[in-house]
Structures are given as structure tokens and as C-alpha cells.
Design a protein around this ligand. Structure first.
Ligand code: HEM
Ligand SMILES: *[C@@H]1O[C@H](CO)[C@@H](O)[C@H](O)[C@H]1NC(C)=O
Ligand SMILES: *[C@@H]1O[C@H](CO)[C@@H](O)[C@H](O)[C@H]1NC(C)=O
Length: 354
């Protein structure tokens, strides 16, 4: 080796060490640490414009993240492939499961977008879910790992918990998918931006709390209020008495809020929005890679928008109710004092259809 070649090699080595970290240039002047993340900016623009009407809090969309991923079982590897996109690929099987009623609309909205951008169904579902909740006031910023295979396995009937299931049955099913009782509560943070259409089909878009487009702790407060009436056409399988006109309570949510195995995690969120968001980010990151090997995926979290900050860290007692209406259920900690809104009971309006 000549001195000159050696010199060149040394210069190159020094240049490599000193080189500024190279970021890939993506569309719209945006950059990414890994070039494979660039296409997700285009997917982002498309779903913000066409799935979320210019960036609204996409509450129904993250339901699919769960219904796809939960087709996973430690005890029965044949139960499904986890977060693999099978709810889209095998929609004719999976969207007909009773627990997946109503998911067919979202599946058919997402399918053409995933195909258009050439991304796997599994990636698309988890990405859209993370973007949807990032649009909510106070929303989480969920990790997004890209690169799931487009090959999936149809989930088996019975992997998705149902609202009429007992707490023991729900915790057993979720435990078999790898989630502790506290993590089941953490996953249910999703219900703070959610509504029902199918448990009682006579009322549409009846939300699970009075602030369904805010990622706030109201769901955890209001599920603990004493139930007084049904918002729709009386008692339904999977429904329970709710505290406010127009508001819907799933039977499973009412029971999990009060069960000794889950009540303290439930109560921990009523005055702690920040804790709620951090727990949700953690458990959603876990759920999004069920059945996947995360080491084979690329971290494209930087594409997920930064949500607007929450306006308050605490939930409140809605007007017309008092702290005495709370059915406190955590045996080891007193229920915290919450702000009480004065005035008469205000009916909760339905969330508009998307
Ligand atoms: C114990 C587990 C769970 C049960 C029994 C359950 C049950 C339900 C039911 C019955 C509905 C109403 C569907 C309808 O009638 O239209 C619903 C809505 C919803 N759930 Fe869950 N769920 C569970 C966990 C989760 C998880 C883990 C997530 C997400 C990570 C999730 C996200 C949602 C969303 C976003 C909606 C609202 C859909 C809409 O607004 O149309 N749920 N859930
Ligand atoms: C994923 O599979 C579906 C068929 O289930 C196909 O239509 C789609 O083009 C595939 N997407 C990719 C990125 O390969
Ligand atoms: C309401 O429920 C009653 C009985 O529970 C049933 O006969 C009636 O058809 C229901 N109404 C609607 C609009 O579904």
C-alpha cells in the first residue's frame, strides 16, 4: 500500500467519524433518520386528509389496532398472528365475528389506502391508529415501528373480548395474549375517546364519557359514577346503567372499574392525565408488535404528529353529580378529591358519524 493510499484511507476514516448524521430527505421538506420512513409521511398526509377529515381525533380507527392485534395467544399459536393485518386480509372471516361488529367499515376505508401506498396491512392499521389518537387534545404519541410482513394468519373466533364477558374471562383472555390486569386497564384508556353503535343499535354514537374527543381521564371518573339509566332502548347484552343521559356504559367497563384486580389502576388515572398518557403509550407499543419480532422493524415514530397538550391533568365530577355518587372501589387508596362542576345534569350528545 502506498503512502498516498494509506493517507486517503485515513482521511476517509476520519471523515466517516466526523460526518454529520445523515438524514434522509422526504417529501414536503421533511427528513427522517431512516429512508424507509419517508413513505410514511406520504401515508400520513393521505390519512389526515382522507381518513380524518383534515386531522380530527380519529376515535373509531384505533379500535382496529386492538381487534387486529389481539388475535394472538401464547397457549394456542394457531389462534392468529397478532398485529399482522389479518383483520383486513381475512376481513370476510374476521369482521363477521360478533365482537368485530362495525369494524368492516373501517377495514374497507383502510384497505385501498394501504394498497395505494404499498404498505402492509399490519403496518397500516397500527400507523393509522397512532395518527388518529395523536390528533386528540392531550393525545398520546405512540411508537410506530414499520416493516410488518403483509402475510398474515386469520384470527380464530373468540380472541376478542366481549362487553358481556366476566372480568375473570376478560383477564384470562388478555393474560393469554401477554397482558397483566393493570395492562388491561391501560389498554382501556382507548375508551376515553370512544362511542358505541352496535351494543344498543337504537342509539348512535353514544360515547363512553362526556368528553369523547379529549384524551382526558373522564372515562375513568364517569364509569365509577353510580349508574342510573340506560341511554337507549333499555337493557342490552353488554350494556350497563350509565350515569348521564346519552352516555353509554359497557358492562365490562363498569365491572373492571370496580373489580379488586383492576380498581386501583383504574382509579389512578382519575386525577392524572399525564400518567394515563404514559401508560397508554407503553401498552400500545407492546400491543402493536404482538406476534412480531420488533428487532426486524424500523422505528419510524418520528412521523407520528406531536399532539396538542391537555388543558388539565385532572378529571372532574360532571354537573348534576357529587363525589358521593362515586362508587370508589380501590381498597388501598382513598378516592381523590376532584373538581365538581356545578349546575344541572347535562345530557351527553352523540358523536357525529365519520
Ligand atoms: C376488555 C376489552 C374490550 C372490550 C370488551 C371492548 C368492547 C367495546 C365495545 C362493545 C365497543 C362498542 C362498539 C360498538 O358498539 O360500536 C367498543 C368501542 C371501542 N373500543 Fe373497545 N373494548 C375493549 C378494549 C379496547 C381496546 C384495547 C381498544 C384499543 C386499544 C379499544 C378501542 C375501542 C374504540 C376506539 C371504540 C370506539 C369505536 C367507535 O367509536 O366507533 N377497545 N369497545
Ligand atoms: C397485501 O396483501 C393483499 C392481499 O391480501 C394485497 O392486495 C396487497 O397488495 C398486499 N400489499 C403489499 C404491500 O404487498
Ligand atoms: C325496544 O325494546 C323492546 C323490548 O325490549 C322491543 O320490543 C322494541 O322493538 C325495541 N325498539 C327498537 C326501536 O328497537
Amino acid at each position: 500500500m502506498s503512502i498516498k493510499t494509506l493517507f486517503t484511507l485515513v482521511t476517509l476514516a476520519v471523515a466517516a467519524v466526523a460526518a454529520p448524521s445523515h438524514r434522509a430527505t422526504c417529501s414536503g421538506g421533511r427528513t427522517a433518520s431512516n429512508a424507509v420512513c419517508c413513505k410514511w409521511f406520504d401515508v400520513l398526509d393521505d390519512i389526515q386528509a382522507n381518513l380524518f377529515d383534515g386531522g380530527e381525533c380519529g376515535e373509531e380507527v384505533h379500535e382496529l389496532t386492538f381487534h387486529d392485534a389481539i388475535g394472538f395467544s401464547k397457549s394456542n399459536p394457531k389462534a392468529g398472528g397478532g398485529a399482522d393485518g389479518s383483520i383486513i386480509a381475512f376481513s370476510e372471516i374476521e369482521t363477521n365475528f360478533p365482537a368485530n361488529l362495525g369494524t368492516d367499515d373501517i377495514v374497507e376505508q383502510q384497505r385501498p389506502l394501504a394498497i395505494k401506498h404499498g404498505v402492509s396491512f399490519g403496518d397500516f392499521i397500527q400507523f393509522a391508529g397512532a395518527v388518529g389518537v395523536s390528533n386528540c387534545v392531550g393525545g398520546p404519541r405512540i411508537q410506530f415501528l414499520a416493516g410488518r410482513s403483509n402475510v398474515s394468519v386469520a384470527a380464530q373466533l373468540g380472541t376478542v373480548p366481549e362487553p358481556a364477558d366476566s372480568v375473570t374471562k376478560i383477564l384470562a383472555r388478555m393474560g393469554d395474549a401477554g397482558f397483566s390486569p393493570s395492562e388491561v386497564v391501560d389498554l382501556l384508556i382507548s375508551h376515553t375517546v370512544a362511542a358505541q353503535d352496535h351494543v344498543d343499535p337504537t342509539i348512535h354514537g353514544s360515547p363512553f364519557d362526556s368528553t369523547p374527543s379529549d384524551f382526558d381521564p373522564q372515562f375513568f371518573v364517569e364509569t365509577l359514577l353510580k349508574g342510573t339509566a340506560f341511554p337507549g332502548n333499555g337493557s342490552q347484552t353488554g350494556g350497563a346503567l350509565s350515569p348521564l343521559p346519552g352516555e353509554f356504559r359497557l358492562a365490562s367497563d363498569g365491572l373492571l372499574a370496580r373489580d379488586p384486580r383492576t380498581a386501583c389502576e383504574w382509579q389512578s388515572f382519575v386525577n392524572n392525565q399525564a400518567l394515563m398518557v404514559s401508560r397508554f403509550e407503553k401498552v400500545m407499543a407492546k400491543m402493536a408488535v404482538l406476534g412480531q419480532n420488533p428487532r426486524t422493524l424500523v422505528d419510524c415514530s418520528e412521523v407520528i404528529p406531536v399532539p396538542k397538550k391537555a388543558t388539565s391533568n385532572t378529571g372532574f365530577i360532571p354537573s348534576g353529580k357529587t363525589l358521593r355518587d362515586i362508587e370508589a372501589s380501590c381498597k388501598t387508596k382513598p378516592f381523590p378529591k376532584l373538581p365538581v362542576v356545578s349546575g344541572p345534569i347535562v345530557p351527553v350528545p352523540p358523536v357525529p358519524p365519520s
